[in-house]
Design a protein around this ligand. Structure first.
Ligand SMILES: Cc1cc2nc3c(=O)[nH]c(=O)nc-3n(C[C@H](O)[C@H](O)[C@H](O)COP(=O)(O)OP(=O)(O)OC[C@H]3O[C@@H](n4cnc5c(N)ncnc54)[C@H](O)[C@@H]3O)c2cc1C
Length: 408
């Protein structure tokens, strides 16, 4: 393509996937008068225990979309994060900073999605078409199209641009690059993410805790106002999902403080996950764009998955706005792809790998010691602490330099 589109005031966009990235992009665009429609394969929002922590760069975009006050009202600001030995002994920690513009916020993804859906549907002319599963795609120089299975039969939808926000198994990405073409690797470690009512504070735990060990590593983090905790722990490689879920009581009893038996806690949900570090070859092919999990994946230690995805949303929104307002031609969408892939390769992938290696002791002791020393420095140096707290802002991109001369 690369076709010049000087002013495109009436661009129409289809978003595939009513997950957090699709809904957030939908809100931002609809608020600027872009006609946007979301197609969703499922009949309702996803309820699995996944993201909960959103770093300052993501909070910035939640604020831009006008949803932050609702997220803050329902969520929490975790007080601190720390690392411990399996017996609970404290190693190092970092207190949260609340004297920065957009402190980290925590809210389970299913609750965030409800807020995002309400805000999206509150914009005039928006709609989510549920039970609309995209099965194939095509495009020409005028339009992108998706072919969709619905209860009423197969349908085709077309728009100026179609954005794949359809998650890790993205049909848009598969159609563009092939079913098995998602470059990267699957880490040979198994996690089970659980949501549970169990009072870790009573054992002296902080709001977020990483327990480091070769085998019995886990994360325990308070994620709601009413005391729900996310416990994500590791297990042996190679079992079926049923086997992992059956082993949950014995794993909890072995690794959690107080060695609790099933009657001692209230388990709300549990899901085994594989860990992937992957990035698509391009986030743009003609009139199709990829965003968030459809475009890149990382392990969840350090909460960079959706935080990275939300940074994509912010950048793509800026690119679409520049296009709509005649401040850029559609090569700005190539820039979107270039910038976001670079952020993944240079920041998200290495940082998330380092976070995970620290937890499961898959790194040199010197590397670990360097990090504990850094935590100590942060404790004593206010300015460094503020900088650390805002570290993920490097994921954002200022698009002004790419706009047409004069238009910026
Ligand atoms: C255990 C765990 C903990 C995590 N914790 C964090 C965290 O604390 N912070 C963080 O930033 N990230 C975290 N993540 C990552 C985060 O959950 C994901 O990055 C995020 O959910 C991805 O959002 P998405 O909108 O890209 O995709 P999804 O949430 O997967 O949504 C995709 C949507 O597309 C729909 N869809 C799929 N295929 C089709 C199709 N063919 N047609 C139409 N619709 C389709 C799906 O039904 C779904 O609704 C965590 C992940 C896990 C597994």
């Amino acid at each position: 393509m690369g076709k010049q589109t000087p002013v495109n005031k009436h661009i129409e966009i289809i978003i595939v996937g009513a997950g957090p990235s699709g809904l957030l992009l939908g809100i931002l665009l609809a608020k600027q008068g872009v006609k946007v429609q979301i197609l969703e394969a499922a009949g309702e929002l996803d309820k699995n225990p996944r993201a909960a922590h959103y770093a300052p760069s993501a909070v910035y975009e939640l604020n831009r979309a006008g949803v932050l006050e609702d997220v803050k009202a329902q969520g929490i600001h975790p007080d601190a994060v720390c690392w411990r030995h399996p017996d609970g002994t404290f190693i190092a920690g970092i207190r949260s900073r609340f004297d920065i513009d957009f402190p980290m916020v925590c809210l389970p993804l299913d609750q965030l999605d409800i807020i995002l859906l309400q805000h999206f549907l509150a914009q005039p002319g928006t709609e989510v078409l549920w039970n609309h599963k995209v099965v194939s795609i095509d495009q020409d120089e005028n339009e992108a199209r998706v072919h969709v299975e619905t209860a009423e039969g197969n349908k085709t939808f077309g728009a100026d641009y179609i954005v794949g926000c359809d998650g890790a198994n993205s049909q848009i990405r598969r159609s563009l690059f092939g079913d098995l073409n998602y470059p990267g690797e699957t880490l040979q470690k198994q996690i089970i993410a659980t949501n549970v009512y169990y009072d870790f504070h009573k054992f002296g735990y902080w709001d977020s805790n990483f327990i480091i060990d070769e085998n019995d590593w886990y994360m325990a983090a308070r994620i709601t106002q009413d005391g729900l905790w996310r416990v994500t722990y590791g297990d042996v490689w190679g079992l079926s999902n049923e086997e992992y879920l059956a082993r949950q009581p014995e794993r909890y009893e072995k690794i959690l403080p107080g060695n609790p038996k099933p009657g001692d806690y209230k388990l709300v949900s549990a899901s085994p996950y594989k860990l992937h570090q992957r990035c698509a070859d391009s986030f743009r092919v003609g009139r199709f764009l990829l965003v968030a999990d459809a475009a890149h994946l990382c392990n969840p230690f350090g909460g960079l998955g959706l935080t990275g995805g939300i940074a994509d949303v912010g950048t793509l929104f800026d690119a679409f706005m520049a296009l709509k307002e005649g401040k850029a031609d559609d090569s700005i969408l190539d820039k979107y792809s270039e910038v976001r892939r670079k952020k993944w390769a240079e920041i998200i992938d290495p940082m998330s790998r380092a976070n995970f290696r620290r937890v499961c002791l898959d790194e040199a002791e010197s590397e670990r010691k360097e990090f504990w020393d850094l935590c100590k420095k942060v404790e004593e140096d206010e300015e460094l602490a503020r900088q650390m707290a805002q570290g993920t802002n490097v994921l954002r991109e200022d698009f002004r330099e790419y706009l047409t001369a004069g238009a910026a």
